[in-house]
Design a protein. Structure first.
Length: 150
């Protein structure tokens, strides 16, 4: 069986329902307000920073990213992968890799980015393995947080 061709393109406002559906499949939550805000923010950034992946004309994945200059003490511009989602039925078919590759290459070409970073939950072994497989390594930063709950 020939693998389906993956088209990665700039995210469009019309992709909102598909992205929300994928997120709902992944999280079990409906977050309409959250996604409306995310799309508003994406519209203010260059098109290469937010992408949709299509297979057979259907949106099956998305990536949201951004670029920071000397953020968190990192010298120079760093591209950050903020959100990456793939519909469960399309996992393992190269969709996430195609989204990451487009983000990395566009950042290198358009902004001369020399470093790409992301944060992951170490409890999600499959996510860690995916990023390691795509050339990511543990960096020198440590994520710290403070719970402000009751």
């Amino acid at each position: 069986m020939t693998p389906a061709k993956i088209l990665v393109r700039a995210l469009e406002r019309s992709d909102l329902p598909a992205v929300m559906h994928i997120d709902e499949l992944l999280t079990g939550q409906t977050r309409k307000e959250y996604w409306n805000t995310r799309f508003d923010i994406a519209a203010l950034r260059p098109p290469w920073m937010s992408s949709a992946a299509e297979v057979d004309g259907r949106v099956v994945g998305f990536l949201f990213g951004w670029v920071a200059e000397s953020e968190f003490g990192i010298a120079g511009p760093t591209a950050w992968i903020d959100l990456l989602g793939v519909a469960p039925a399309y996992r393992g078919r190269g969709v996430a890799g195609a989204l990451v590759d487009r983000f990395v290459e566009a950042g290198r070409e358009l902004r001369a980015i020399r470093k790409v970073a992301t944060l992951i939950d170490l409890g999600q072994e499959d996510v860690r393995e995916f990023f390691v497989h795509h050339g990511f390594r543990h960096g020198p930063m440590v994520h710290l947080e403070r719970d402000l709950g009751a």
